[in-house]
Design a protein. Structure first.
Length: 269
């Protein structure tokens, strides 16, 4: 059984909503990313999105763009990100890992090779925001061969495509809560409740909300409407604000505590 399916089943049994942090791997260092994964798991994270640094991230706002730029200065590749998952697993992590990457790095490496490597390193899912439903058949088939869930994004602007995207989803449906790129927001798309209801009716898998969610109050709002909440920019910004706590070879305890405390607060601990 895929770890994503197992984790959502466990959470449903406990009546909990998944807390899913997003982390740009390699920001500020590979070693710090590894320690941050383990710290966020201790703080209550249920799944983790491992962001692959990318030079032209169309869906990402300025905070995540800056984190990608810092990681790319260290020449972090998709294989480095996958290896962090392997290291975290060897350190005892039980979390389902989801790779977040644009399509070009996957295409350059080759579908068979990337999904085989993901399977070998126990990465349970992948999100490719610039791969539309109409062009994902080959990627989806190879992903399923290797037991990896290709997780779709669905936005309020998807209109008549919402039901088709949701109906064929694996793992979960990632529902975009806001129009535009990622980033912290005070307000969300006005018809968000109706949009999530439409996705819920069409999907056979859990639904998760992301883009712009940045505090416990917003998490609580969405917990009533979905099965999981992704927090990205707010966590990446917190890491950015704690850069002075991180050293070249490891994460300073104060930096880890700051991030762990924030994730714990989001989870409601």
């Amino acid at each position: 059984m895929n770890l994503i399916d197992k984790r959502f089943a466990e959470l449903k049994e406990r009546g909990e909503t998944a807390m899913i942090p997003f982390l740009t791997i390699g920001d500020p260092t590979i070693e710090a990313s590894l320690e941050l994964i383990l710290e966020m798991e201790r703080a209550g994270a249920d799944l983790i999105e491992l962001g692959v640094p990318y030079s032209d991230p169309l869906a990402d706002g300025p905070v995540i763009q800056r984190s990608s730029e810092r990681a790319l200065l260290r020449k972090i590749t998709i294989f480095d990100v996958i290896d962090v998952a392997r290291q975290a697993r060897s350190r005892g992590s039980k979390l389902p890992f989801i790779l977040f990457t644009y399509y070009n790095p996957v295409l350059q490496i080759g579908l068979e090779r990337i999904f085989k490597t993901m399977q070998e390193n126990e990465i349970s899912g992948i999100i490719i925001p610039d791969l539309p439903l109409e062009e994902d058949s080959e990627t989806r088939a190879i992903a399923e061969t290797y037991g990896v869930h290709l997780i779709p994004l669905v936005a309020p602007t998807s209109n008549e495509r919402v039901k088709r995207i949701a109906a064929g989803a694996r793992g979960f449906v990632y529902c975009v809560s806001s129009l535009g790129v990622t980033g912290e927001r005070a307000e969300f798309f006005g018809g968000i409740e109706d949009f999530l209801s439409t996705v819920r009716e069409a999907a056979k898998v859990p639904i998760v909300v992301g883009f712009g969610i940045s505090n416990r109050e917003q998490v609580q709002r969405f917990e009533k409407l979905c099965d999981g909440v992704v927090v990205g920019s707010a966590i990446v910004r917190t890491i950015e604000s704690a850069l002075h706590h991180f050293q070249e070879d490891a994460a300073h305890p104060e930096g880890l505590q700051q991030i762990g405390g924030f994730v714990g607060q989001l989870k409601g601990r």
